[in-house]
Design a protein around this ligand. Structure first.
Ligand code: ATP
Ligand code: ZN
Ligand code: MG
Length: 302
């Protein structure tokens, strides 16, 4: 049995995660949720020195916003769309017959106006662009959403539905770069406060296909993405638990988002993988939170 399977099995056995029969789709216990809630409190405390606008979107986004974001160009393999039955009574009879025969009943489903959110910040850019130019000093937003990515895995740290807490900065290049630098430092302090080992490295997103290889290399060469890595299921292959992304003017251009003086806005975000952080805590400190080191308990429960 490899290490990944064993951590997942231990989490199931302890009741922290609940098997649904689908890899990467799990129920969570009260103890697991409590850790996530407490860690989110810690994130808020670290973020509280800079006032931010709190926005919570549901885990689905406007399909036209999704289409406009260019996500399908870069990550078609990860996207999930919401389809529904839109037929008449006769179609319903055929649907039930198709299901009874064990055939593919989903092929007649029609796309709705909703796509599953792939990253917490995607619904934000068109929403803020619609308001008009950013105020002087730009914008800072606090987001959290369940996100969907079609990447089924036995690795408990690679789920198909998981939560991402994000801070997103919009403004001039200097403003957003300063924000990212600040969160790279804060992120390390945060993780150190709960006694987990930290390491930061440049990273790239899994852009699809052969052209994607070039995009990934470019992203690395320009150091547009950093990850904070923690060993969770393996010490050799560490898990990205936070990411620090500089999008340059990509979303600004895409959505016509401008600064107060009319320049195309730059954007950056810091994303916390909440389940990954909880898993790192359980993997390092034990499956029973009562046994966690006192300073960790104090940092989370006060
Ligand atoms: P990885 O390289 O491990 O696939 P990523 O680069 O795709 O991670 P981001 O797109 O930067 O991750 O997402 C922001 C954060 O969301 C990550 O730092 C991570 O903590 C978390 N995350 C990403 N994918 C998953 C997943 N499949 N399951 C759980 N958490 C995830
Ligand atoms: Zn983001
Ligand atoms: Mg990924």
């Amino acid at each position: 049995m490899d290490m990944q399977t064993s951590l997942l099995d231990r989490l199931f056995d302890a009741g922290l995660l609940i098997d649904t029969g689908v890899d990467g789709l799990y129920g969570r216990s009260g103890a697991f949720e409590d850790v996530i809630q407490r860690f989110e409190g810690l994130i808020s405390a670290f973020g509280s020195s800079s006032p931010s606008e709190v926005i919570r979107f549901p885990p689905g986004m406007n399909r036209s916003h999704f289409e406009g974001s260019g996500y399908m160009k870069s990550f078609p393999q990860l996207a999930g769309t919401v389809h529904s039955f839109c037929g008449c009574e006769l179609d319903h009879v055929n649907l039930l017959q198709c299901m009874a025969e064990g055939n593919d009943w989903t092929k007649d489903q029609k796309a709705t106006d909703i796509v599953l959110t792939p990253a917490a910040c995607y619904p934000l850019y068109p929403t803020i662009a619609k308001r008009g130019p950013l105020p002087a000093g730009g914008g800072l937003f606090d987001l959290q959403s369940y996100c969907f990515r079609h990447e089924p895995s036995k690795d408990p740290a690679r789920m198909q539905l998981f939560r991402m807490r994000e801070y997103v900065r919009m403004g001039t290049p200097d403003e957003v770069m300063a924000f990212r630098q600040q969160w790279m430092e804060r992120g390390q302090e945060l993780i150190a406060a709960v006694q987990l080992p930290v390491e930061i490295d440049v990273a790239n997103d899994p852009f699809f296909g052969r052209a994607g290889k070039m995009l990934a290399n470019n992203q690395r060469d320009q150091a547009l993405k950093f990850e904070l890595l923690i060993p969770v299921t393996s010490t050799a292959k560490k898990t990205a638990c936070l990411s620090f992304n500089y999008h340059q003017d990509h979303f600004g251009k895409t959505w016509g988002l401008t600064t107060s003086d009319g320049a195309v806005a730059h954007t950056a975000c810091v994303g916390f993988g909440l389940e990954r952080i909880a898993l790192a805590l359980f993997a390092h400190h034990g499956l029973d939170t009562a046994d966690w080191p006192a300073p960790v308990r104090k940092a989370l429960w006060g």
